[in-house]
Design a protein around this ligand. Structure first.
Ligand code: SF4
Length: 329
């Protein structure tokens, strides 16, 4: 029996895909590089934007045209509103909550699932549910196993790692394990990134000096509407604290352009943050309304062309700044 697996979207789906692959291989399935030859197809879906949902829809209809017999399982972030449509396409929708039984082969370790933050544009609290964390003992055991397999880079993943109960303590415990390995983690939330964590990162040679810190928008009113619980000033202060403690740190971010009502002046505040923060990379997304979220009832009134222009402006700015930095080295 052969299986084909594809993960769309975030690191969580990629980590889950590794776990599912392990489970299937334990059951005797062999991985197929193409969907047409598979008996079982597993797709890990992302519903963050409508474009992502359309991509999955397109892939499923392509598979169905060339491989009518395969069983297709859809997991990951699936919105309630889309379930019926996928079921009509002959797809089974499953939750993959029971992950702790499987052993991954990559360095990705899921330390928790779900989110309690309810950012107004985000589907995660609805599709993945509220925060649930694995025990420190289970994570340490999995880390030991990976180190034993020769993995050199461990990445701890959760929607908001900073909400893990005593996350700094978890890092201390993991990095005390013997072996030649390093640890990084994502994703962080600026409202929860503590001084204690900065201190630990700075002094612990086993922690990679990398921080993914989504800021989403630079205007305080938009941040409030996004339910993010920090301000532009607070975000920039946090960045300078991190840089002061770790001058070599690489910082990346996520930004949403064209949130409902975002004016040109408000977008200029996002530009201001990018100018000041010195990001190594930014993942820029054009706002897209997701059913069931709080922002869905706000008027999506920034035209697509304008969203594209703002996206491009940010990408150009980051690229130019990084090229300038390289030349000055
Ligand atoms: S912190 Fe906000 S954006 Fe991130 S997963 Fe939770 S609700 Fe979504």
């Amino acid at each position: 029996m052969k299986y084909f697996i594809r993960a769309f979207g975030c690191q969580f789906n990629k980590a889950d895909a590794e776990r599912i692959s392990q489970l299937l291989e334990k059951k005797g399935y062999k991985r197929s590089p193409i969907a047409t030859r598979a008996d079982l197809i597993v797709i890990l879906m992302c519903s963050v934007r409508q474009k992502s949902v359309d991509k999955v829809k397109y892939q499923i209809s392509n598979i169905r045209n060339t491989n009518k017999k395969a069983k297709i399982i859809l997991t990951g972030c699936v919105l309630e509103a889309d379930k019926e449509m996928f079921e009509r396409m002959g797809v089974e929708i499953k939750k993959f909550a029971d992950l702790e039984r499987f052993t991954p082969i990559t360095g990705l370790i899921t330390i928790g699932q779900g989110c309690d933050n309810f950012c107004s544009y985000c589907v995660v609290p609805y599709t993945r549910g509220r925060e649930k964390y694995r025990s420190q003992a289970a994570i340490v055991k999995e880390t030991k196993h990976l180190i034993g397999k020769g993995i050199k880079e461990i990445t701890l993943v959760a929607q908001n790692v900073n909400s893990y109960p005593n996350f700094t303590g978890l890092l201390q415990k993991i990095t005390k394990l013997p072996g030649d390995f390093k640890v990084k983690f994502l994703t962080n939330h600026p409202k929860d990134f503590s001084d204690e964590l900065i201190k630990e990162m700075a002094k612990n040679p086993k922690i990679i000096k990398y921080v993914h810190l989504p800021f989403q928008a630079g205007d305080n009113e938009i941040l409030k509407k996004m339910n993010r619980h920090y301000t532009r000033q607070g975000y920039l202060k946090l960045i300078s604290k991190i840089r002061k403690a770790m001058p070599e740190v690489g910082i990346t971010t996520d930004i949403i352009v064209g949130f409902p009502g975002e004016t040109e002046q408000q977008f200029a505040k996002t530009i201001e943050v990018v100018e000041k923060a010195g990001f190594k990379q930014a993942f820029v997304a054009k706002y897209s309304p997701r059913p069931g979220t709080a922002a869905f009832c706000l008027k999506d009134n920034v035209p697509l062309e304008e969203k594209k222009r703002r996206e491009q402006a940010l990408l150009n700015l980051i690229k130019n700044k990084n090229e300038k930095k390289k030349k000055n080295r």
